[in-house]
Design a protein. Structure first.
Length: 632
């Protein structure tokens, strides 16, 4: 709703007074807008636009017809008649599509999105905002693209799809940064802070709020510069008024001089009349005197009017000066109070900092002593763990030997700590190659101890008992862990997950069995996944008489056959822009995109990818990935 200020209120003082009055009465108008009834004026305007729409449609003037439909929809929208608003915007959309008006279509998609948002139908609103975004991107309208992304984030927040909202806002922020628009950047950072707060990520919310605050302060400084410029223009305007006032005073002075001359002339006429009275007719003399008196009255009235106008100008100047003086005094007083408050807060903070500094110095001394003791203890502990790593490395399988059996293979082994709970094992037995990726309970020293148990069991089962079928190997390992850890008596539930592949080149096939861990393989550029059985190794709950590990067989195709077994460390690693897990689907896609490169080089490819994903995040688990290619 717009309000026009009458011409007589065009002075700055009354404009400000009118603005204050408007702010006081605006809630009344806002309440009135929430009602559905149309005023007489709006009803008349609605009828006029509907008639113009029908006339232009009859003349096949679709562009003008569309414009009047938009006017009709806007009137209904302002009075919350949402159904009729959508109907008229939809009719306008149809006409714009027939005209091929892309700008009109984008504008209508944006309007429909906002109407559905007002209705709380955020799913439909999001669809229309997405259409707007596509149109803005197609025409390379950067500001329009930022606006569409910003609007989408508001709807996504209402749908609690915070991750998608953050992605949209990050793109909008990058675009606003490219074009150097500080106000759009401030808006994007504010929305990012709000979205992270709603998503429960307080740290990220505060991070982006600092950006928002910095840009807000910068824009405020620019606004102050503009206000100062406006004040200078106001001073020039006042100088012009003062000049006009002086010119009017000069004109008044000139007229007063003219009046004085007229009075002198009248006196001369009076003396002349004394002579004429003796020679002229009394009646003629009376008429002449009457005319002179009328002329004197007119000049006197004009002088009175000029003096009244002069007093009015002086009054306005005094009122204007008094108002600005009050404004300046109010600003100075507020600044003085704020400064005094800030000084009190600063003094309290300084006292608090001084007290805390003394406490920190005392604590620092205690911590230095404790740190020296801890450092000595850690040095001894790390030496012991490093020695344990040497023992573990000497007992577990070495990577170069696997390369001798399978040249087209790689092993990515990244312990989280010095020693690892993940290990790989392989052996050649009865014209078969057995490869295992084992993920033991825990990591660090506890995991390393479990890995030693698992390594010994695999040596005994495959090399001594000559068992080469993967599902039987898993069953024997399960029973072995229960027995070695005496789990039936202690109730201990430690164990391990495993993925075992047996390569039978004679029969041109690969056998697989898994305990919670899967197998990913690629044949003819098609990626497939075989899930492991949902039973781990170890734990009294896994002691069963029937086979609980399923055997899978894959026939080798002609050409290349790529196989990957792994622990859960890679897919569970936290990282990325959204601070989420890498996830199995992203892992599968990464394998499909990189499998054709040389297998030995893939170890570097996988390592770079996971380090890039982690960035500055800590590694949360041991990471183990084994890949090999069998050419048939």
């Amino acid at each position: 709703m717009y309000y026009k200020v009458p011409k007589r209120f065009n002075c700055p003082l009354l404009q400000i007074a009118f603005l204050i009055l408007f702010l006081l009465i605006s809630p009344v108008f806002l309440i009135a807008q929430s009602e559905y009834a149309l005023s007489r004026q709006d009803s008349a305007l609605l009828d006029k636009n509907q008639n113009l729409y029908r006339e232009n449609l009859a003349l096949n003037n679709k562009k003008e017809a569309s414009r009047y439909l938009n006017e009709i929809a806007q009137i209904y929208w302002e009075h919350n008649h949402f159904k009729k608003t959508i109907e008229n915007f939809s009719l306008s959309m149809q006409l714009n599509k027939e005209l091929g008006n892309e700008n009109g279509i984008a504008m209508l998609n944006n309007n429909l999105a906002m109407v559905y948002s007002d209705l709380g139908n955020f799913d439909v609103s999001l669809k229309y905002f997405q259409e707007t975004l596509i149109a803005r991107r197609a025409k390379d309208e950067i500001v329009g693209t930022i606006s569409a992304l910003h609007n989408m984030s508001v709807v996504l927040n209402n749908l609690k799809r915070f991750d998608q909202s953050i992605e949209a806002l990050e793109e909008a922020t990058d675009l606003a940064r490219e074009i150097g628009n500080t106000e759009l950047q401030r808006s994007c950072y504010g929305m990012l802070a709000e979205t992270y707060e709603k998503a429960g990520n307080v740290e990220q919310s505060l991070y982006y709020f600092e950006y928002y605050k910095s840009f807000h302060e910068m824009i405020q400084k620019e606004t102050v510069k503009k206000v100062n410029k406006d004040l200078n223009e106001e001073r020039l305007k006042n100088l012009l008024i003062e000049t006009q006032k002086r010119n009017q005073e000069l004109e008044l002075y000139a007229k007063e001089r003219e009046l004085h001359k007229q009075e002198e002339l009248i006196e001369e006429y009076d003396s002349t009349n004394l002579t004429l009275l003796e020679s002229l007719n009394k009646k003629q003399m009376y008429i002449t005197i009457l005319q002179q008196e009328n002329q004197i009255k007119e000049l006197s009235a004009e002088r009175v009017a000029l003096e009244a106008k002069k007093r009015q100008w002086i009054l306005w100047i005094i009122v204007f000066a008094a108002f600005w003086l009050l404004v300046v005094l109010a600003v100075l007083y507020r600044a003085y109070r704020q400064k005094r408050t800030d000084n009190k807060v600063l003094a309290n903070k300084n006292q608090e900092i001084s007290t805390k500094q003394e406490i920190i110095i005392a604590q620092k001394t205690e911590l230095e002593v404790a740190f020296s003791m801890i450092e000595a203890h850690n040095s001894s502990m790390i030496s012991s763990i490093n020695y344990a790593r040497l023992i573990q490395s000497s007992m577990l399988t070495r990577e170069p030997q696997l390369g001798a059996l399978l040249p087209n293979s790689f092993v990515l082994n990244m312990p989280r700590d010095i020693v690892s709970g993940d290990f790989y094992w392989y052996a050649a037995k009865e014209n078969k190659i057995i490869i295992a990726a084992i993920d033991c309970t825990g990591h660090g020293v506890p995991g390393a101890l479990m890995s030693m148990v698992g390594n010994n069991l695999l040596n005994q089962i495959v090399l001594n008992q000559h068992i080469t079928s993967p599902e039987l190997i898993l069953e024997e390992m399960n029973l072995g862990i229960i027995k070695v850890l005496n789990q039936e008596s202690t109730g201990n539930q430690d164990g391990m997950d495993a993925a075992i592949c047996v390569i039978d080149t004679g029969n041109k096939k690969v056998q697989f069995a898994g305990a919670n861990n899967p197998l990913i393989y690629i044949q003819n550029n098609e990626l497939k996944t075989i899930k492991g059985s949902k039973s781990g190794i170890g734990g009294i709950s896994n002691k069963k008489t029937d086979s609980q590990y399923e055997l899978h067989e894959i026939e080798l195709n002609s050409g290349n056959n790529y196989f990957y077994i792994f622990s859960d460390g890679f897919v569970d690693q936290i990282g990325g822009a959204s601070n989420r897990k890498f996830m199995i689907n992203r892992f599968r896609e990464f394998i499909l995109n990189n499998h054709a490169t040389g297998l030995p080089e893939q170890e570097t490819t996988f390592r770079i990818e996971i380090e890039k994903w982690m960035y500055k995040k800590s590694q949360i688990d041991d990471i183990l990935v084994i890949g090999f290619n069998i050419e048939n």
